[in-house]
Design a protein around this ligand. Structure first.
Ligand SMILES: Nc1nc2c(ncn2[C@@H]2O[C@H](COP(=O)(O)OP(=O)(O)OP(=O)(O)O)[C@@H](O)[C@H]2O)c(=O)[nH]1
Ligand SMILES: [Mg+2]
Length: 444
């Protein structure tokens, strides 16, 4: 916790909330504010670590401000809709009032800041350690295997055909960069649902970045066998231009973003759509786990490493949350929790050894389905379809007890649900484990 210059002695807890596109960040932040605004109501009031917090209110003064109004409007509208997709970072500030005995000299207020930023950018963490040949080698190791080798067969062939020492053709470079961005966008959608889609700002530019200003692509004809020296390319060659623009992206876009935001974080929440990855199958599950390992890697570095200093200076708690668990029947919701734990077992062990508290949990920010019991004793879920708004009744796929070691698991597709009717700002939204998540993040 730090003292913000704006609030004098009021302690500020900063929590980063990230996850890949559509993982559920905006909905979760909207729900977290709603629960904090109703802190003495519902299950949050029963959390021992939040005892003494009596009142919460969302402040409009953060810049850039998280658009809680828009989220509330969408969810409480008739018919309700999910918040709109976000494209840049923003901050939600909530002031909490603490009930203390009259003689206590401790602060009576506390500020919580929730930092929303696109997960696409989080993955750029992998780049920070790579020079240009290492970037090309990593991307090649992914692209030479299924399913990427099939998704972008033509593009991969064209990239491999470029002689890094030949003079660059700028128009062709821009065209290939555009196609690379399209390939990244395809890869993250069903049926593939891949996670390691780099560079992140090619997918989601943000306000000040335009990819065509410093274009680069991976060149697969480089010697990618792991030599340490950066090759010397002739001036204005493909290799020289791509190296220069890659380094500019790494050092002037990705690095400052992490330096600026991570050094002040107290906790980090990473949302994963584990159910979505399970509907896509083994490749998606493997890719998502590798992406998560890469983003959690800096927590394992010592303080002699700049990334280690940045991450370990303050961040003590990390929650990895499998979202949208309301798509499952109650028994399977419990299994989703244990599947998530076994999916990330090694990573958790590794971080525990570095005294980072890592909590893996399954959550639903807003419960959009209700359980229906049939006369024959079987159960199904009832909700409304997100696209059509019509009522849907479905039997969700049953989950296995444990995650196969080789991640060879595929479940049936799930319908996408619309939010439930009747949500109201003055009552905690119906969700799953939001109280436990807050209790973990806010514990002193
Ligand atoms: N059933 C259910 N669906 C959810 C929940 N949270 C999110 N969703 C679904 O996931 C979609 C994306 O949720 P968002 O909160 O917009 O996710 P995001 O990570 O902010 O997405 P981007 O801003 O596009 O990166 C929503 O439109 C819903 O379809 C939840 O708690 N329950
Ligand atoms: Mg969003």
């Amino acid at each position: 916790m730090v003292n913000s210059p704006f609030t004098l002695k009021t302690p500020v807890t900063r929590i980063g909330i990230t996850g890949l596109s559509q993982a559920g960040k905006s909905t979760l932040i909207t729900a977290l504010i709603n629960h904090l605004e109703n802190i003495r109501r519902g299950s949050l009031a029963k959390q021992a670590t939040l005892k003494g917090l009596t009142h919460g209110h969302w402040m409009r003064d953060a810049t850039p401000n998280f658009d809680y109004d828009a989220g509330l409007h969408a969810l409480t509208n008739s018919p309700p809709t999910w918040p709109r997709s976000t494209t840049d970072w923003s901050i939600a500030r909530i002031e909490l009032t603490i009930d203390r005995p009259w003689y206590s000299t401790k602060p009576r207020r506390r500020i919580i800041e929730l930092l929303d930023y696109p997960g696409e950018w989080l993955l750029d963490l992998c780049l920070l350690e790579w020079d240009y040949p290492a970037f090309c080698a990593a991307v090649w190791s992914w692209c030479s295997q299924t399913p990427r080798a099939e998704i972008a067969a033509d593009l991969i062939q064209q990239l491999a055909a470029i002689d890094p020492n030949a003079p660059v053709d700028r128009a062709y470079l821009l065209e290939l960069q555009q196609r690379w961005a399209e390939f990244l966008a395809d890869s993250r959608l069903p049926p593939h649902q891949l996670s390691r889609n780099l560079p992140g700002r090619f997918l989601l530019n943000g306000t000040n970045f335009s990819p065509e200003r410093h274009p680069f692509i991976p060149l697969f004809a480089l010697n990618l066998s792991g030599g340490t020296a950066t090759p010397k390319f002739p001036a204005n060659s493909w290799g020289a231009v791509c190296t220069q623009n890659y380094l500019s992206y790494r050092d002037h876009e990705a690095k400052p973003f992490f330096s600026r935001h991570f050094q002040s974080l107290d906790a980090q929440v990473i949302l994963i759509d584990l159910l979505g990855a399970m509907t896509a199958g083994q490749s998606a599950l493997k890719d998502m786990r590798a992406a998560l390992e890469c983003t959690l890697q800096p927590f394992t570095y010592g303080t002699d490493h700049w990334l280690g200093r940045l991450f370990r200076r303050k961040i003590r708690r990390v929650a990895v949350c499998a979202t949208k668990m309301d798509h499952l029947l109650p028994d399977d919701q419990k299994r989703l929790q244990s599947l998530a734990e076994s999916y990330l077992y090694e990573t958790v062990q590794h971080l525990a050894a570095k005294s980072i508290e890592l909590n893996v949990m399954a959550i639903a920010a807003v419960q959009a389905a209700r359980v229906q019991e049939e006369p024959d004793g079987t159960h199904s879920l009832i909700g409304r379809d997100k696209r059509t708004g019509q009522g849907v009744q479905f039997t969700p796929p049953a989950l296995p007890q444990t995650m196969p070691h080789n991640l060879n698991l595929k479940i049936d597709d799930l319908p996408q649900l619309a939010p439930p009717a009747g949500l109201d700002r003055t009552r905690p939204f119906p969700g799953r484990r939001i109280d436990q998540l807050l209790a973990f993040l806010l514990a002193d």
